[in-house]
Design a protein around this ligand. Structure first.
Ligand code: NAD
Length: 357
C-alpha cells in the first residue's frame, strides 16, 4: 500500500466528482473510493481510464444507505469524506423535488451520521486529521440585483428553488455536526462550473449539442440572467486546497471572477462553433430561441472569493475564452461519450421540458 491518504468521494461519477477523481489520481492527491448511485447524471465512462488503477475503487450505492456507508468507512479507513453526491438540476427540482430532499438532505444526513460514528472510534491522531468536506453551491444565497455586492461566506442563506433549499438544508446539517459533535467539517460554496464531462442538460453542453444537431437554443426569459462561471479544473484545485489547509468548521466561497449573462455565454459558444464546425447555410446564433422564464429564476449570482484567496492563496487560473474553447473542443472530440448520453430517459425528459413548452 502506498502512503497517500484515502479519500471516500461520493458522486464521483458525475461532472465535478469525476473531474476531481481524475485530477486526484493524476496529482497523487490520494487513493480514491468512489461511492456513486449511478443516477441518470452519472457516467462511468468518465472514469474509464482508471480501470486498471490500483488506487481507485468504484462502489455503486446510495449515500442515504447508512449501513453501506458505515461498512465502507470501516473497511477503507479513509482520511476524508468528500461529498459531491447530489441531485443537481434546478429544472428537475421544480418537477420532482422529493428526490432532492431525499439525496441532498437525508443522504447528507446519513453520510454525516455514519462519518461521525466512524470518526468517534478513530485514535486521536487520526481523529484530528480527518475531514468531512461538503461541496455546495452559491445558489443557497439566493439572488442578487445588478448593483448588489457579491455573496460572501456570511451572506444570509435565502434559497429560491427546491434544489437550492435542499443544498442549504445539507449545509446547515454539516455546520451543526461541527458545532454539536466537533466532527471536523468543511464546506465549499461555488458558482456555475463548466468544462469537460458535464451532462448535457446544463446550459453550456446543452447549447453546444443542440447547436451541432441544428436544434433551437432555448434561453430562459430575456437572457439577461447573470451567472459566474468557474472552470471545473480550477474548482477541483480549490477543493483540494480547502481539504488540505481549510480551517475546520468554516465554509469557503469559490468563484470564477467571471460574471456573464446567459445570452453572452450562448453567443460566445455560437461564435466558437462558427469557427470550429461551420455550416454554410446559417450561423449558429440563428438557432437562439427565447422561452418562458423558469419560475423563481434567480437574476444574478456573484461570488466574493477573497477569503479563499487571502487565507489559502487560491484564485481561478482559467480565462473564460480559453476555457470555453477547450470545452467546446472536448464535446466535438468526444462524440462517443455524447452518443451514450442520449438514452431513453434523457430523451423523454427533453421531450417533456422543451418540445411541449
Ligand atoms: P452531477 O449531477 O453531474 O453528478 C452528481 C453525481 O451524484 C452523479 O454521479 C449521481 O449518480 C450521484 N448521486 C446522486 N444521488 C446520489 C446518491 N443518493 N448517492 C450516491 N450518489 C448519488 O453533479 P455535479 O454538477 O458534478 O455537482 C457535484 C456537486 O457540486 C453537487 O453537490 C452540486 O450541488 C455541487 N455544485 C455543482 C455546481 C455545478 O455548476 N455543476 C455548482 C455548484 C455546486
Amino acid at each position: 500500500k502506498n502512503n497517500l491518504p484515502t479519500l471516500l468521494v461520493t458522486g464521483g461519477a458525475g461532472f465535478i466528482g469525476a473531474n476531481f477523481v481524475l485530477q486526484a489520481r493524476k496529482g497523487k492527491w490520494g487513493n480514491i473510493i468512489n461511492l456513486d448511485k449511478l443516477t441518470y447524471a452519472s457516467n462511468l465512462q468518465n472514469l474509464a481510464e482508471l480501470k486498471n488503477d490500483s488506487g481507485y475503487t468504484f462502489v455503486q450505492g446510495d449515500i442515504s444507505n447508512y449501513e453501506l456507508v458505515s461498512y465502507l468507512l470501516e473497511k477503507h479507513q479513509p482520511d476524508a469524506v468528500i461529498n459531491f453526491a447530489a441531485e443537481t438540476h434546478v429544472d428537475r427540482s421544480i418537477l420532482t423535488p422529493l428526490n432532492f430532499i431525499q439525496t441532498n438532505v437525508v443522504g447528507t444526513f446519513q453520510l454525516l451520521e455514519a462519518s461521525k460514528t466512524y470518526w468517534q472510534k478513530l485514535n486521536s491522531e487520526k481523529q484530528e486529521s480527518f475531514r468531512f468536506l461538503h461541496i455546495s453551491t452559491d445558489e443557497v444565497y439566493g439572488s442578487l440585483n445588478p448593483t448588489d455586492t457579491a455573496f460572501r461566506e456570511d451572506t444570509p442563506y435565502a434559497p429560491n428553488s427546491p434544489y437550492a433549499a435542499s443544498k442549504a438544508g445539507a449545509d446547515h446539517l454539516v455546520r451543526s455536526y461541527y458545532h454539536t459533535y466537533n466532527l471536523p467539517t468543511l464546506t465549499t460554496n461555488c458558482s456555475n462550473n463548466y468544462g469537460p464531462l458535464q451532462f448535457p442538460e446544463k446550459l453550456i453542453p446543452l447549447m453546444i449539442l443542440n447547436a451541432l444537431n441544428d436544434q433551437p437554443l432555448p434561453i430562459y426569459g430575456d437572457g439577461q440572467n447573470i451567472r459566474d462561471w468557474l472552470y471545473v479544473g480550477d474548482h477541483c484545485d480549490a477543493i483540494y486546497l480547502v481539504l488540505k489547509a481549510g480551517k475546520i468548521g468554516e465554509s469557503y466561497n469559490i468563484g470564477g471572477l467571471n460574471e456573464q449573462t446567459n445570452l453572452v455565454v450562448v453567443n460566445k459558444i455560437c461564435a466558437i462553433l462558427d469557427e470550429l464546425a461551420p455550416k454554410n447555410n446559417f450561423r449558429y446564433s440563428d438557432l437562439i430561441t427565447f422561452i418562458k422564464d423558469r419560475p423563481g429564476h434567480d437574476r444574478r449570482y456573484a461570488i466574493d472569493c477573497s477569503k479563499i484567496n487571502q487565507e489559502l492563496g487560491w484564485k481561478p487560473q482559467e480565462n473564460f475564452e480559453s476555457g470555453l474553447l477547450k470545452t467546446v473542443q472536448w464535446y466535438l472530440n468526444n462524440s462517443a461519450w455524447v452518443e451514450s448520453i442520449f438514452t431513453g430517459t434523457y430523451q423523454n425528459w427533453i421531450k417533456q421540458n422543451y418540445e411541449t413548452r
